[in-house]
Design a protein around this ligand. Structure first.
Ligand code: ZN
Length: 72
């Protein structure tokens, strides 16, 4: 079962990240999940999602993302 020779890179801008794919969200350039859950590692998000639930993950990442972007 091969995906008809289509290659998917880790830095895929067109395909949604693992989180958005699982949550059926629209993935855009400022998606908070994308840096943590690349499309190439879908199991990562499904594990986190199982443990914490989607809304908690979203909240956690938004806080983390905001902290990372602070000019400290
Ligand atoms: Zn995304």
């Amino acid at each position: 079962m091969k995906e008809s020779g289509k290659k998917e890179g880790a830095a895929s801008s067109s395909s949604p990240c693992a989180a958005c794919r699982l949550l059926k969200r629209k993935c855009n350039h400022d998606c908070v999940f994308a840096p943590y859950f690349p499309a190439s590692e879908p199991h990562k998000f499904s594990n986190v999602h199982k443990v914490f639930g989607a809304s908690n993950v979203n909240k956690m990442l938004q806080v983390h993302y905001a902290l990372v972007q602070l000019p400290l």
